[in-house]
Write a protein that binds this ligand. Structure first.
Ligand code: BGP
Length: 467
């Protein structure tokens, strides 16, 4: 066991140690107690073949039934904070209208239980799970959905805001744009750049409007957004490679980062949208709202870098428009890999993000809201005592934390580290393929929970506030 006095890497007093999860990925009970369908429930109904091993979102990790046991385990492995999300379609089965009292009861119980164990609840309002009734109206393409979202957000602030002091409007809002409207991995599986832009724009507007409502309620908490700020590294310093990286960054990072933190859109992106005739519909007064309602706190999700180079070939002008018209992806020779997930591991990326926030985004208060290592076939690492010996995950976290620590030494305003994720969970079309948890879930034994070696290690890091 580590000892606080001998720590080489000490973190600031009060550092947030914990993990993140989302409603649809953990709760299960997808058609229980009045929950309405969301896009995942519906998509699974019509195309179960799109989900790894055909496993859908109905049951997931049964947090709905096992939350007490789970929160005890969070305490057991040293959590002082935990990010969850609220399922919009559990709160409002039709996306709007009457609130579902059983959902209110459930979230009240979860929040109270967390607080009882000294674990601060961080609550996110939207983690990829659009209510199906609203998707039928076009989802984020339709501006009416923005209004429905804002009133859902307001209801949550009013019901839970006396105890929840850290709110997040969205989790990785670029992902539903990519999945649903560009690359076919979320419902409605369209490939339509014009819609993608409108969806992204409405998401940003919804975030700013929810922030405005939150401020008007004077609830004495903070509100932010969670962004996956995957850095874009150019293959070389050749101007064409550098430009490719700048544009990839404008499409995938600054598209949400700049309006969320600075209240404005990146000029490079606006220029492309104008040139290519893809500007979204913007109503009078919108830009004012976006300008005046930026985030207090930023969550940073980081898994792997994005490596890009100048385009090698002319794009097919008749193919659907995608951001990749402006750059190509590039595989760096000698890269370090997580062979169990097929993602590059580049620990310094986490530091580069924090440095960028320090230097170019007013050193906004932030925290690492997701970082983690997915492993396919993790059962093979279970030892004779039933413990998953995930030394690779310990090393992964350890190496990233060293860079977070360095960023702190150099003045970064980073307040905590949340791992993705607390327990193995259902991950969209990947279902239970890649395991990320500090706690393992045995799907053959009714979701039996077991603390992995990394869970014990994480506990000692949290209790010693370092390693
Ligand atoms: C993040 C999402 C999470 C989670 C994670 C793992 O981008 O915020 O919801 O799913 O990715 O992804 P995967 O299971 O595809 O490895």
């Amino acid at each position: 066991m580590l000892n606080a006095e001998t720590n080489q890497y000490r973190f600031p007093e009060g550092f947030w140690w914990g993990s993140a999860a989302s409603a649809t990925q953990t709760e299960g009970a997808a058609d229980v107690d009045g929950k309405g369908k969301n896009i995942w429930d519906y998509w699974y109904e019509i195309e179960p073949n799109r989900f790894f091993n055909g496993v859908g979102p109905q049951k997931t990790s049964q947090f709905y039934y096992k939350y007490k046991e789970d929160i005890q385990l969070m305490k057991e492995i040293g959590h002082n904070s935990f990010r969850m999300s609220i399922s919009w379609s559990r709160m409002f089965p039709n996306g709007k209208g009457e609130v579902n009292p059983k959902a209110v009861l459930f979230y009240n119980q979860v929040i109270n239980e967390l607080i009882k164990y000294g674990i601060e609840p961080f609550v996110c309002l939207f983690h990829f799970d659009m209510p199906m009734e609203l998707q039928k109206m076009g989802g984020w393409v339709n501006r009416e959905v923005v209004d429905a979202y804002v009133s859902y957000a307001k209801t949550c602030f009013e019901l839970f805001g006396d105890r929840v002091k850290k709110w997040f409007t969205h989790n990785e809002p670029i992902v539903p744009v990519e999945g649903g409207y560009l690359y076919d991995f979320h419902y409605p599986n369209e490939v339509d750049f014009a819609k993608a832009v409108q969806v992204g724009y409405h998401t940003i507007l919804s975030s700013a409007k929810a922030i405005k409502v939150y401020k008007e309620l004077h609830q004495d908490g903070k509100i932010g957004i969670i962004l996956n700020l995957t850095p874009s590294y150019p293959r070389s310093q050749h101007p064409a490679d550098v430009k490719a990286a700048i544009l990839a960054d404008a499409f995938f990072n600054r598209s949400f980062l700049d309006p969320s933190v600075k209240g404005e859109f990146p000029a490079e992106l606006v220029q492309i949208l104008k040139e290519e005739a893809f500007m979204p519909v913007i109503n009078e007064g919108d830009l004012e709202i976006i300008k005046n309602n930026t985030v207090d706190l930023l969550g940073v999700n980081y898994y792997q870098p994005r490596r890009v180079k100048a385009k090698e070939n002319l794009p097919n002008p008749k193919a659907p428009f995608l951001p990749e018209r402006y750059f190509d992806y590039y595989i760096m020779t000698g890269r370090k890999m997580n062979p169990h997930r097929g993602w590059e591991i580049y620990e310094k990326g986490i530091y580069d993000i924090l440095k960028n926030l320090r230097d170019n985004y007013g050193n906004i208060e932030c925290f690492i809201s997701e970082n983690g290592m997915g492993v396919e076939g993790e059962e093979k690492f279970r030892d004779e005592n039933g413990i998953i010996q995930d030394d690779y995950r310990i090393e992964f976290i350890h190496e990233h934390l060293k860079w977070v620590h360095k960023a702190i030494q150099e003045g970064s305003n980073v307040k905590g580290y949340h791992l993705w994720t607390f327990m193995d969970n259902w991950s969209w079309t990947n279902s239970y393929k890649n395991r990320y948890g500090l706690i393992s879930i045995n799907l053959n034994k009714d979701g039996e929970r077991t603390i992995k070696k990394s869970g014990q290690w994480f506990k000692s890091v949290s209790l010693n506030n370092g390693f």
